[in-house]
Design a protein around this ligand. Structure first.
Ligand SMILES: [Zn+2]
Length: 320
């Protein structure tokens, strides 16, 4: 039974920003902040299986790849890293790269890493706020400049760099070649509305990623059976005993959280571990108190949702 207000840890990065409000009020004394990682408070707690971060870029990040679970195991690492991005903010022209434009042989890929032309072989695409990008492990990828991104990923810090725009950091050519898929990335699953409040962003064997939007003043119960991260991206909400707003994150596991949306409502990203698709009972509307309900009928927006189907029947069949 766990409900925690996550600690936001800011990390300096050469490609970061000096001012990272509203995501964090931290100041960096002239050093740019490129990453906010959310951590469970306390020293004795177990490490989560998923990592939640906000990335803020003023320059492009390296072109990189992460191993999948099998490749990671072969390298003596506990697991690979599949990640997914939700674009929180994008300057005009901001772009990301996911996969290669065309299939390459490992020999061609090695040559492109060695001469730096890999930056022209990856599939760049423009992005805007609200876009969702899935980066399965083994996919060569990059984040461009001018972006604020919420990232959820398998717990791993294994990154193999293929290109770093002339910065002096080490490249990892052999391990990148071992980990990388050499084809274009598969078609992305676009957000899919599950209910009026819930949109499914990503569903893969490692995590489910959702966006929830709650109307001003509405009350809900979030049932977090599995390890669950909640990142507030707009508005405010009371969550159990915490009052949280944009940039705050909660860690919840095997617990129920009462959510009271603030005067402007709230939009949050929710990520939880496990295969099997979105959890139907994740979010349930709370009804008004019994005494009031007896005296007069509840207003329409507080009508209890009594019948929740046991699955989302339309979801599987309507992937684009
Ligand atoms: Zn990455």
């Amino acid at each position: 039974m766990t409900i925690e207000l996550a600690r936001a840890h800011t990390a300096p990065k050469p490609w970061g920003l000096a001012d990272v409000r509203p995501w964090s009020g931290a100041t960096s004394d002239g050093v740019s902040i490129g990453e906010i990682s959310y951590q469970r408070p306390g020293r004795t707690v177990s490490a989560p299986a998923l990592l939640l971060k906000v990335l803020l870029t003023s320059q492009p990040l390296s072109i990189q790849v992460h191993p999948d679970d099998d490749t990671a195991h072969a390298m003596g690492l506990p697991n690979g890293k599949t990640e997914a991005w939700y674009i929180l903010g994008a300057k005009p022209g901001a772009k990301v790269a996911v996969g290669l434009k065309q299939s390459m042989t490992k020999l061609q890929l090695r040559a492109a890493i060695n001469d730096g032309s890999i930056a022209e072989h990856v599939a760049w695409r423009g992005v805007a706020a609200g876009d969702v990008i899935v980066v399965p492990a083994g996919t060569i990828h990059a984040v461009g400049a001018g972006l604020v991104i919420a990232e959820i990923q398998q717990r791993s810090d294994t990154t193999f760099r293929l290109f770093d725009y002339g910065r002096s950091r080490e490249l990892h050519v052999e391990r990148a070649l071992a980990a990388a898929h050499t084809e274009p990335a598969e078609l992305q699953l676009w957000p899919h509305r599950l209910t009026d409040e819930r949109s499914l962003l990503v569903d893969n064997p490692h995590f489910v990623f959702e966006r929830i939007e709650l109307q001003p003043g509405s009350s809900w119960c979030l049932q977090a059976i599995r390890e669950t991260w909640v990142l507030i991206i707009a508005g405010s909400v009371t969550a159990s005993t915490f009052s949280v707003a944009t940039g705050d994150a909660l860690f919840v596991e095997a617990d129920r959280v009462e959510l009271g949306a603030g005067a402007d409502g709230v939009i949050a990203l929710v990520a939880y571990v496990g295969a099997g698709g979105p959890v139907v009972e994740l979010l349930q509307r709370l009804t008004v108190g019994l005494s009031r309900a007896v005296q007069d009928p509840p207003p329409p927006e507080l009508t209890p949702i009594l019948a929740q189907s046991s699955s989302f029947p339309s979801y599987r069949g309507t992937r684009p």
